[in-house]
Design a protein. Structure first.
Length: 386
């Protein structure tokens, strides 16, 4: 996810803030950024409350634990100018990295951005604070299908942030459109993509690609099927230059690699650097996902209030549109969609047509089998290249 130029929407927002600076405040849901303090170096928070006690003032600074380059930094500036609350950003590369850090006792994060299946895990483990909807009136702007998601009915703990798909990005000037996952899992030494391809460094995403190619449910807990997927992932290593969840789209745009397993918005933003970067979902299907913004249960009341104010700010129509224009991912915010350009809304790589949607699966929590997935992934990564 790469930084885009300041959009027309951003300019309108800034102008509006300047014009209203002397008046009342408006009603408060993958760049350059301020260096974030280590989570463990921040002050240990008090036990969480589900809502701020009467008289609690919002904290003046909060830390957001997010995917890299997954928010327009101008949003932080606008929020701080209006509310006097600074948002500091720290980053992770996978849901598993974020989850392990919080399970290990890391504190200090007021906001986190986990994907759908990880939200389910965190709710089950009691890691998330319940949202005070009274502090987030802009929840009403969400599309109806995002107001009652299966992993968090009624948005009790989280608010959908962005959504998208996982497929294959490629340099169209050098290679044909990859119509099947076979280009990764049946590596051809004579192909120009051989040794110039990456896969996401993400256990569930990597196994999802292998499982969908094999025709299996991407959430299977069948050990035989997972072992078959593991062998396929090991076989794929012969044609890979590595595993990468952070810079894969840049490497394709630069022509260093010709193909990569990754998230749609990253490739679409990379088109700014190279218009030949393209994205597709192979014929076997792929992953559809929803990232969410949530508050850890360890967050103290003053930070929780500030965090809810920031969530509400993100859910404003103009800010929501600004977010999606920057990340080039689809918005769950119906009011924001009304402000997005028609070419964005009609781009099938952003909003997949029904024919593609029918081939997509959500990654879901698999309970105790999460450990099995991780063990097999460790075996994939430690296996010698065939």
């Amino acid at each position: 996810m790469k930084r885009t130029a300041l959009s027309l929407i951003t300019a309108v927002i800034v102008l509006g803030l300047l014009l209203t600076a002397c008046g009342g405040k408006p009603t408060p849901p993958p760049p350059q950024k301020t260096e974030a303090p280590s989570a463990k170096e921040t002050e240990a928070p008090a036990p969480a409350a589900t809502e701020a006690p009467a008289g609690v003032e919002p904290a003046k600074e909060i830390v957001l634990y997010n995917w890299s380059e997954y928010i327009d930094p101008e949003i932080y500036t606008l929020f701080e100018e209006e509310f006097g609350i600074k948002v500091v950003e720290d980053n992770f590369s996978s849901n598993e990295e974020m989850l392990a850090k919080l399970q290990g006792g890391a504190t200090g994060y007021a906001l986190i951005v986990p994907s759908d299946y990880t939200v389910g895990i965190m709710i089950e483990e009691g890691m998330l604070a319940e949202l005070d909807h009274a502090n987030i009136p802009n929840l009403a702007n969400l599309r109806d299908d995002f107001k009652n998601v299966p992993y968090d009915p009624g948005n009790k703990y989280c608010v959908p942030y962005q959504w998208g798909t996982t497929g294959i990005g490629y340099l169209s000037s050098e290679v044909d459109e990859p119509t099947s996952w076979a280009v990764i899992f049946e590596p051809d030494p004579n192909s120009p993509t051989y040794g110039r391809t990456t896969m996401l460094d993400d256990v569930r995403e990597a196994f999802a690609a292998a499982l969908v190619y094999l025709g299996y449910d991407i959430n299977t807990t069948d050990e035989a099927q997972l072992e078959e997927a593991k062998q396929l992932l090991i076989q794929a290593k012969a044609g890979l230059s590595g595993y990468d969840s952070d810079t894969y789209e840049d490497l394709v745009a630069a022509g260093e690699n010709l193909m990569a397993h990754g998230w749609n918005g990253d490739f679409l933003v990379a088109q700014e650097d190279n218009e030949d970067v393209a994205y597709t979902v192979p014929q076997e299907g792929g992953v559809i996902w929803v990232d969410n913004i949530c508050i850890p249960v360890t967050t103290p009341p003053d930070q929780k209030l500030a965090a809810e104010m920031f969530i509400d700010f993100l859910l404003r129509p103009d800010i929501g549109a600004m977010l999606s224009e920057y990340t080039y991912y689809a918005s769950p915010n119906a009011a924001a969609e009304e402000l997005l350009p028609e070419d964005f809304l009609s781009d099938p790589a952003v909003y997949p047509p029904e024919e593609v949607m029918s081939r997509l699966q959500y990654i879901e929590p698999v309970g105790e089998a999460e450990a099995l997935y991780q063990r097999l992934w460790d075996e994939v990564k430690s296996a010698p290249v065939p």
